[in-house]
Design a protein around this ligand. Structure first.
Ligand code: HEM
Length: 393
């Protein structure tokens, strides 16, 4: 509702060009802040100042520029005390590494501040815990409580808990907010689908409140989210390493340079394998000839047999967007629900149209939009106007 009110304050009276990726980023951070850390980062007003959010937003564009250097991190992580590693880092003659240092400092300081406040609230007893943002029910409070109750051998040290906070915020924010920005851009490009979706959500609104089960089962809203996550997965590639020598079977044989057919590949332990998410999400063999097209309607009829038979190992919907196996995303339902909630509020209040600025999507840890090809500033201006009375919540 704070997001809705902030945008209403900007567009009341006349349509405005609004940077929607910035609002989606702020909202996603606020949601994981409240639910994950029990902390409110951002009042979501037009003029509020949020150093943590700004730092988070600038981190990906910087660290993606030093992809090769990041490979050294697992080896130097153990070198000497922290002050020595920091000193070394300051010596690295690379502007992106130097830009990342103050960004990481802002995030680290905030995580420590939140952690210390949380521990102090727990020491203060039930009443102090209840005064916190999520009344002690957020993920970090639960983790700290479980950790205190764990045996000494299982217990995490405070540094490890603090590190989990950055993992959560980092994993939950850009992935979800950039997908939301992508959905808004696609709906602006396809006004007929935008209108159908708005109608579906409005019809489901019996009053001012849409219960979770109903929101979760709206077919077109579900289809729009799935289709966007299929064609535009925020992370285009991921890496995995086998822990022992393996022979990987290929789903179909390929011809080698010597002309012979190959149906399996031996992979030595420790080899870095790049898993191409889009390759499988948009495979014509599985999804049909129009596999690369964004067509939400495909989810409204039975999916192709080839897809069901392929047994794609992803945790979500025959897709590799959230990956599979033990290290798959643990927040996929969280992000799906978040996207549906935000879309239901935005579409029942606003109409989104393309502005005349060129939007370019940058491949990074999570794809992000910018205005023009040369900018590394996340930005996605859309023309926003009020829809009808605009009151649903
Ligand atoms: C569109 C949204 C999202 C996408 C596409 C996404 C995708 C992924 C992927 C592909 C991984 C595996 C990363 C790897 O192994 O290198 C991952 C891990 C993870 N995700 Fe998500 N994620 C999303 C949203 C979220 C949200 C909202 C949360 C938290 C509430 C979250 C929490 C995590 C965590 C904690 C991990 C690490 C799990 C582990 O290593 O055991 N993600 N995510």
């Amino acid at each position: 509702h704070r997001l809705r009110d902030a945008i209403i304050a900007q567009v009341r009276g006349c349509p405005k060009e609004i940077d929607m990726v910035s609002w989606m980023g702020r909202t996603a951070l606020e949601i994981i802040g409240q639910v994950g850390l029990g902390h409110s980062f951002d009042p979501l007003t037009a003029d509020s100042d949020n150093k943590y959010g700004d730092a988070l937003k600038s981190l990906t564009p910087q660290i993606d520029q030093v992809h090769e250097l990041r490979r050294a991190l697992p080896y130097i992580y153990w070198w000497g005390p922290a002050w020595f590693r920091r000193w070394m880092l300051k010596m690295v003659p690379n502007k992106h590494v130097q830009n990342a240092i103050p960004i990481v400092d802002v995030m680290d300081r905030k995580s420590r501040e939140i952690f210390e406040a949380k521990v102090a609230a727990m020491e203060g007893g039930e009443e102090t815990v209840l005064r916190q943002v999520e009344k002690g029910k957020d993920i970090m409070s639960i983790l700290i409580k479980a950790n205190n109750a764990a045996s000494e051998t299982d217990r995490l040290c405070s540094e490890e808990i603090i590190a989990q906070m950055s993992t959560f915020v980092f994993a939950a924010t850009d992935s979800t907010s950039n997908t939301l920005a992508r959905i808004l851009q696609l709906l602006a490009l396809h006004p007929e689908i935008q209108e159908k979706l708005r109608k579906e959500i409005l019809e489901a609104h019996a009053g001012d409140h849409l219960p979770y089960d109903e929101l979760a089962s709206l077919p077109l809203l579900d289809a729009v989210c799935r289709e966007t996550l299929r064609v535009y997965p925020p992370g285009t590639t991921l890496t995995r390493e086998p822990r022992k020598d393996v022979v990987m079977p290929l789903s179909e044989p390929i011809r080698g340079r010597d002309g012979k057919m190959i149906s399996e590949v031996p992979i030595p332990k420790g080899t870095e394998i790049i898993v191409g998410t889009i390759g499988i999400n948009c495979s014509k063999a599985l999804w049909g000839e129009d596999a690369s097209e964004w067509r939400p309607e495909r989810w409204l009829s039975p999916l192709p047999d080839a897809l069901s038979n392929a047994r794609v190992p992803g945790v979500y919907s025959n897709l590799m967007t959230f990956h599979g196996g033990k290290r798959a995303c643990i927040g996929f339902k969280f992000s799906e629900t978040e996207m549906k909630c935000i879309m239901s509020v935005l579409l029942t209040n606003f109409i989104f149209e393309l502005s005349n600025k060129p939007i370019y999507w940058n491949v990074a840890g999570a794809w992000y939009p910018s205005v023009g090809k040369d900018s590394d500033q996340p930005q996605m201006p859309l023309k926003v106007s009020m829809y009808g009375g605009g009151s649903s919540g």
